[in-house]
Design a protein. Structure first.
Length: 252
């Protein structure tokens, strides 16, 4: 099992992150933790301490962008460039029109998004997309910019767009999270589309499948179990195929 997107250095987890990693090791092959400007160094340090199990992606969330000057954004993108050997992906990056519903000011977010796409292409790294209420627009941008190895983190788009992603591109992937049990669209994607184009994640500590409890990486098991149930397949068979896809995309 591989969790391709979690936040092990998120604020509030400092006291327990080592236990989270230790517990995950008992069941999993690898986890990829996402760092932002405020915790990038901590994410890299955690990856170094758990080399071969904890891998790192470095991203720039739209909320981060709203709090940063253009100069600070450029400095952070240069930081990612300098630490390219220590990361397996650029992301999460993208657009979020939930938090920024007004068209005024969106141009800056689009421009910076394109810069992150260019950075991923330059570094030859996969790019992990955060697209909230902007999935269709985001797809058109990555397609236009000829982005490679694109992962739609916590996919929340339509079935129509999912069909386009799978049919129009050969290196774009849909990531299914622990919300799969509550989504008709995700269930249909899990049942219908090739496992070679599906990755698995928890987005922990967020999106807990258990109300009142913090999400953890090993809950990715629930995603794989649901895929197996929907396809009428054994857990082991689905796990092997999806884990293989995750390894291929991120080179781990």
């Amino acid at each position: 099992m591989i969790d391709i997107h979690c936040h092990l250095t998120y604020k509030g987890l400092d006291e327990v992150k080592e236990k989270i990693v230790a517990d995950a090791r008992k069941e999993m092959d690898a986890v990829i933790t996402c760092g932002y400007p405020k915790d990038a160094e901590r994410a890299l340090d955690l990856g170094k301490r758990h080399e071969g199990f904890v891998y790192v992606s470095l991203g720039l969330h739209p909320i981060d962008i709203s709090e940063m000057t253009d100069k600070e954004v450029e400095a952070y993108l240069n930081f990612i460039r300098e630490r390219a050997d220590d990361i397996v992906a650029v992301g999460e990056v993208g657009l979020d029109w939930h938090w920024f519903p007004d068209e005024e000011g969106r141009g800056r977010y689009r421009e910076i998004f394109v810069k992150t796409i260019d950075l991923a292409k330059e570094l030859k790294k996969p790019i992990v997309l955060h697209m909230r209420k902007a999935v269709d627009e985001g797809y058109e941008i990555v397609r236009r910019e000829k982005a490679k190895n694109v992962v739609f983190h916590c996919y929340a788009g339509s079935l129509t767009l999912a069909k386009r992603i799978i049919e129009e591109q050969d290196d774009y992937y849909i990531s299914l999270s622990t919300t799969i049990g509550n989504s008709k669209n995700l269930k249909k994607i899990a049942k219908k589309y090739p496992l070679e184009r599906i990755t698995t994640e928890t987005d922990s500590p967020f999106l807990s499948p258990f109300p009142g409890k913090t999400n953890v990486p090993q809950n990715v098991r629930l995603v794989i179990e649901k895929i197996a149930e929907l396809r009428g397949s054994d857990f082991e068979e689905i796990d092997e195929k999806v884990t293989g896809t995750c390894r291929k995309v991120f080179g781990i």
